[in-house]
Design a protein around this ligand. Structure first.
Ligand SMILES: Cc1cc2nc3c(=O)[nH]c(=O)nc-3n(C[C@H](O)[C@H](O)[C@H](O)COP(=O)(O)OP(=O)(O)OC[C@H]3O[C@@H](n4cnc5c(N)ncnc54)[C@H](O)[C@@H]3O)c2cc1C
Length: 438
């Protein structure tokens, strides 16, 4: 029996892994069946429906960082060049060529595609490979210990999908809000829903909570609305710009050497390049707009009073915790992206399994530090792949779009056996970032 890799979410990562599995299958290599369970549609988070964008904003990374990037496979000895060549048939350029858009894209100077165009590319790949997707929201995740051995069970409102291994994807739910139901507080999804309806926001004092890329893309949208001041609330010292030079970019595309850094060095590199930083493009726009300022702190409390939202910010100043209160006409809660969003879906048996593997309570640090080379939680069977949490131990490119081809190699190279022990592709056991055997 062929083992099944179940995936929560049919986004960029699911499409990349399914594409590589399809190509390996074409080459006669045994791979798991990849089945995604998706609550909305393939690549939904890149369209207005998903709640993370209105679809009109542009991709931050280059589209050439597509489902096969960096095209340095190391899964099948002596046939990796063939594997990469076959993967180029699912590349961004192949999509443009097949849809008659390639020459125009080149002549326009290779612009970053809108999120919507990126979703169309991902759907094109998914269609071409006949990706299996079950359209239903995963509401609970448990472990089924049937006679044949343990496997994951993904429960939706009307069915259960089983997997011999499980991969969790996506940034979580964009509906989170510090004051749900208050019309003066917008969640990420409510904000983008308004933008997609071309509704202009009109307010004097607006606060955006969050200093990461999600908040940055909302700021990029807010510029064109009728607002007098925009205050970005984030805990960091200032609104840092992401380094996008060759050396920073290389860290994302090629994690060779990442594991030889100390955890402190890795955390430092991630803070400089990934966490709470705005892209150079957004910073350039911020520079020319004098309505924007940064307020340092974490939102501890929010309350509606006298037609305003009063936010209590806590700031650490010289070791002392200082609390200050600030009033706004509108608050946009952009702090929603959360790589651990799936934890509340885990049933007690799944939590017990994880805590057993971790050797202690399930904490954010314990989970991140336990992610192994295959992007799964070490010592947990059946396998649980958490690429969104693998930045710290495996490289900062795995949680995002920076090296989807390498991510697919790591996952498909893992030892996933069906309950009856049928083998799948095995990695070559070497460092897969350099000099693959061809
Ligand atoms: C606005 C925005 C712009 C970004 N731009 C970039 C960029 O330019 N470059 C970059 O590298 N990274 C970018 N990122 C980061 C981005 O999240 C990841 O790079 C990328 O989405 C990861 O792909 P994924 O497959 O994990 O998730 P996604 O592509 O987000 O897919 C997750 C899927 O899971 C589904 N889902 C969620 N919950 C459930 C559930 N309970 N049951 C079933 N399905 C569910 C969603 O509907 C969605 O389709 C951006 C993120 C955002 C929010």
């Amino acid at each position: 029996m062929t083992p099944t890799l179940a995936v929560v979410g049919a986004g960029a990562k699911a499409v990349a892994v399914a594409a590589k599995a399809a190509v390996l299958r074409e080459m006669g290599v045994a791979v798991p069946d990849v089945v995604a369970v998706e609550r909305t549609a393939v690549a939904a988070n890149w369209q207005a429906d998903g709640g993370w964008t209105d679809g009109q904003h542009r991709l931050g990374t280059g589209p050439e960082k597509d489902v096969g990037f960096p095209y340095r496979s190391s899964l099948v000895p002596r046939r990796n060049a063939e594997l990469d060549e076959r993967m180029t048939r699912h590349s961004w350029q192949a999509y443009l060529i097949s849809t008659g858009q390639f020459a125009e894209w080149v002549d326009r100077g290779r612009p970053a595609p809108t999120h919507k165009k990126w979703s169309q590319y991902l759907r094109w790949v998914a269609d071409n490979i006949g990706m299996k997707a079950v359209l239903s929201e995963v509401q609970q995740i448990s472990v089924d210990s049937g006679a044949a051995g343990p496997r994951w069970a993904l429960h939706t409102a009307d069915q259960t999908v089983h997997g011999d291994a499980l991969m969790i994807t996506g940034p979580g739910q964009p509906e989170r809000s510090i004051l749900p139901g208050n019309p003066r507080v917008l969640s990420i999804a409510q904000f983008w829903h308004r933008a997609a309806q071309c509704e202009l926001i009109s307010a004097e004092r607006v606060a955006v909570i969050g200093g990461g890329e999600t908040a940055a893309s909302m700021l990029n949208e807010l510029f064109r609305h009728r607002v007098s001041t925009i205050t970005v609330i984030a805990p960091q010292v200032t609104l840092f710009t992401r380094g996008e030079g060759f050396f920073e970019n290389t860290l994302f595309s090629d994690p060779t050497g990442w594991t030889s850094l100390t955890l402190a060095e890795r955390r430092d590199a991630m803070i400089r390049t990934d966490r709470g930083v705005f892209s150079a493009r957004v910073q350039e726009a911020l520079l020319s707009d004098d309505r924007i300022r940064h307020l340092r702190g974490r939102v501890a409390h929010a309350v509606a009073r006298d037609g305003r939202i009063r936010l209590t910010l806590s700031t650490n100043q010289g070791g002392e915790n200082l609390e200050t209160v600030h009033g706004f006409d509108l608050v946009i809660d952009g702090s929603g992206a959360d790589a651990e969003w799936f934890v509340p879906l885990l049933c007690q048996d799944a939590l017990d399994l994880l805590e057993l593997g971790l050797g202690g309570p399930l904490t954010s640090d314990a989970l991140q530090e336990a992610i192994g080379h295959d992007l799964a939680v070490t010592n947990v069977t059946p396998k649980l792949f958490l690429p969104g949490l693998s930045g710290l131990t495996q490289g900062p490119g795995f949680p995002n779009l920076s090296c989807l081809g390498l991510l697919s190699d790591r996952i498909l190279g893992a030892d996933i056996a069906a309950a009856d022990g049928a083998p799948t592709v095995r990695s070559t056991g070497r460092s897969d970032e350099h000099q693959p055997i061809r």
